[in-house]
Each structure stands twice: as C-alpha cells, then as structure tokens.
Ligand binder design. Structure first.
Ligand SMILES: NC(=O)c1ccc[n+]([C@@H]2O[C@H](COP(=O)([O-])OP(=O)(O)OC[C@H]3O[C@@H](n4cnc5c(N)ncnc54)[C@H](OP(=O)(O)O)[C@@H]3O)[C@@H](O)[C@H]2O)c1
Length: 337
C-alpha cells in the first residue's frame, strides 16, 4: 500500500560523501535520517549529533551489522570505499533493506550482477548513487536531445579529474580498496557519454598505470569510444592534475557546454553562428544535488519499484562492463572484483 510517510534512511559510513549526502538528506522532502553506522561508535555518535533535525538525533551504531538490523531503517545508503560496496550492500539486502550504493556500484560487473540478483530475489530496491543521471540539468539536457532541439550528437568530450595528494593507504591510491582514476572519476565521463549517445560499440583505452602493494591502479586514463551511427566520444580522468571536469557535446546544429560533468551548474546550447542559450532544469536542484537522487529513491521505494528508471540496473551493469574492459586493456589488477 503506497504511503506518504517519509522514507527512513540509515547511512553506512561517516566519510566525506556520507557527510555531504546526509546534509542533503536533512533538506529533502519525504526523507528522514534515522540511523548511522560506523566502524567506530564514537564517530557514529558524533555524526548523529551533527545531523540532528528538529532536536531529533539519529540513532548511532558502532558497526554496519547493527545499523542494518535497525527495524526502523527502510533504505541503507552505502558510502564506503569501492571494494567494500559488494559486502556492505549485500549485508543490507540480506537484512531486508532497500539499498542506494555509492558509485561505482561494485568494482566489477560480475559483483554488480550478484547484487542485482540478490535484490531481485529479496524484492528490494537497488540503485547505484549515480547522481548525475538524476540531476535536473542533465535531465533537462537529455529531454532537449530527445525532442531534437539541439540536433544529433556526433561527438562527446567528457572529463573529470583533480589532483589527489593522499596517503598511499587512502581509498584513492590503495588497490585493495578499489583505487584509481577510472573507478573514482572515469565512471562519470563514461556515464555521461552513455546517457547522450547510448551504449558504446567499442572502447579503446590508454593510461598511466602505477604499482602499489596489493595490485595496480590508473593515475590517468583516456578512453576513446565509438557509438551507434558512428558517433564518437573522448573521455578522460585524472588523479594527477586539475583537469577541466567539463563536457561538450558537438551536434550537427551546434555545441552543448556542460560546466561540471558530474554536477553541472550551467549547461548551454550554442547553435552554429548563434548565441548561447541556457538549458532548463526539469525541477529545482535540492541541496547540492544529492537531494534529487534521494527524491528519486524515495519516489521508487514509495512506488514499489525495484529499480530506478533514471539509473536502471542495465545502465549500471553496462558501465561496469566497460570499466572491466578498460581495466583489462590497461592491465589494472585489483585484488577484489
Ligand atoms: N557522489 C559523489 O559525489 C561522490 C563523491 C565522493 C565520493 N563518492 C563515493 O563515495 C564512496 C566513499 O567515498 P568518500 O570520499 O566518502 O571516502 P572516505 O572519505 O574515505 O570515507 C569512506 C568511509 O568508509 C568507511 N570505511 C569502512 N572501511 C574502510 C576502510 N577499510 N578504509 C577506509 N574507510 C573505510 C569509513 O567510515 P567509518 O569509519 O565511519 O566506518 C570511511 O569514513 C566511494 O564509493 C566514492 O566513489 C561519491
């Protein structure tokens, strides 16, 4: 029976993105943060106090197991390093919870297939937190493309990168935790090109691959893709440089500019020989934009959907298969996935 009660969220982990996401959770209609789990009870308790709303402090747990056992929690948001997503999401699904899991859903397509099958078996909603696909400006762009307002896309350039000055044990640099520019950042240019051009027919990658204890990872990667009808894409990701982080789509009528590929603040269409016009959002941006993916998950859970039409399982699996292929071409070895 559909209900208008707020969807009750539990958050797994207390790192950087758990914090940003939870801030948006507090301002998103139809969502309530009821509990947080951390490996460290005192950190969970501090996180809970920081995310109190109207004097109500979420419950805090010193383990993920206790968090998923909380009967009030309906959906678990997983915000741990990549290599732990499989175990953490599985834990939540086996406890009967719906799951929104950070990108990439898992390190490999095979692991993601395991989660998709488990979610189906348990009748639970599962979504990769690919917030770009739920962003109102990206949705506005895709709607305009579908309606033919910007012409036919022929070329996509998409990039994401920033210089990572982290300890070698950090999740960005440790292969055991799923390190690398491809998995952390490259997932966005690949997804953006997929949203605009459809499924790639062929991908070729080059990269700067580094060795580290436990395996290898890519510091920088460049991927060339061919898509239906001969459209092409050039996609890059970097952990060594302040790369542009933007995207352009060239069409037979003009050019689309996206200022930030994963979280645009402005998208314009410039017809050849004309002036730029702003692409319209489909709805207001909620919080930093995580609110829109929260709204999507809430809509799906309350509507009884097991997957989001904006981030369908097939799309997540396609992008993971592409990343498997890129890792194969680059010779990247992760000990998991
Ligand atoms: N959507 C976005 O915009 C966005 C942005 C950044 C990151 N992400 C994604 O979010 C996920 C987490 O990234 P993050 O930047 O938040 O990472 P982070 O700051 O390093 O936090 C990761 C958290 O995971 C928990 N954890 C459990 N086992 C761990 C281990 N062995 N080593 C390190 N941490 C461990 C820790 O929380 P406890 O100690 O509390 O258990 C830690 O605080 C990744 O999948 C990343 O790709 C998404």
């Amino acid at each position: 029976m559909p209900t208008t009660e707020p969807v009750r969220w539990g958050v797994v982990a207390t790192g950087a993105i758990a914090r940003a996401f939870s801030r948006d959770l507090l301002v998103t209609p139809g969502a309530e943060l009821v509990a947080v789990g951390s490996r460290r009870p005192e950190v969970a308790a501090a996180f809970a106090r920081e995310h109190a709303r109207d004097g109500a402090v979420p419950r805090s747990y010193g383990s993920y197991e206790e968090l998923v056992a909380d009967p009030e929690v309906e959906i678990v948001y997983v915000a741990t390093p990549h290599a732990l997503h499989l175990d953490n999401a599985r834990l939540a699904l086996e406890a009967g919870k719906h799951v929104l899991c950070e990108k990439p859903l898992t390190v490999s397509a095979g692991d993601a297939e395991t989660l998709v099958a488990l979610a189906a078996e348990r009748g639970r909603f599962l979504m990769e937190a690919m917030w770009t696909a739920t962003h109102p400006l990206v949705r506005g762009l895709l709607a305009g493309l579908r309606e033919g307002r910007f012409g036919t896309p022929r070329q996509v350039h998409a990039d994401l990168g920033f210089r990572v000055d982290a300890d070698p044990s950090s999740r960005m640099l440790d292969p055991v935790l799923g390190a690398g520019a491809l998995l952390d950042m490259g997932v966005y240019p690949l997804t953006f090109a997929h949203l605009v051009l459809g499924e790639a027919e062929e991908l070729t990658a080059v990269g700067d691959v580094r060795s580290a204890p436990g395996g290898t990872f890519d510091m920088d990667v460049a991927i060339a893709g061919r898509y239906a009808g001969g459209a092409v894409a050039a996609m890059t990701a970097s952990m060594s440089s302040w790369s542009p982080g933007s995207a352009t789509v060239a069409t037979d009528l003009g050019r689309i500019d996206v200022d930030v590929v994963f979280r645009p603040t402005r998208i314009t269409f410039t017809p050849h020989g004309g002036a730029p016009t702003a692409v319209e959002s489909t709805e207001p941006v909620v919080g930093e934009g995580y609110g829109n993916e929260i709204l999507e998950a809430v809509r799906c859970v309350r509507g009884g959907l097991l997957e989001s039409p904006l981030v369908p399982h097939a799309q997540t699996l396609t992008i993971l298969r592409q990343m498997d292929e890129v890792r194969r071409q680059l010779g990247i070895v992760h000990p998991v996935g």
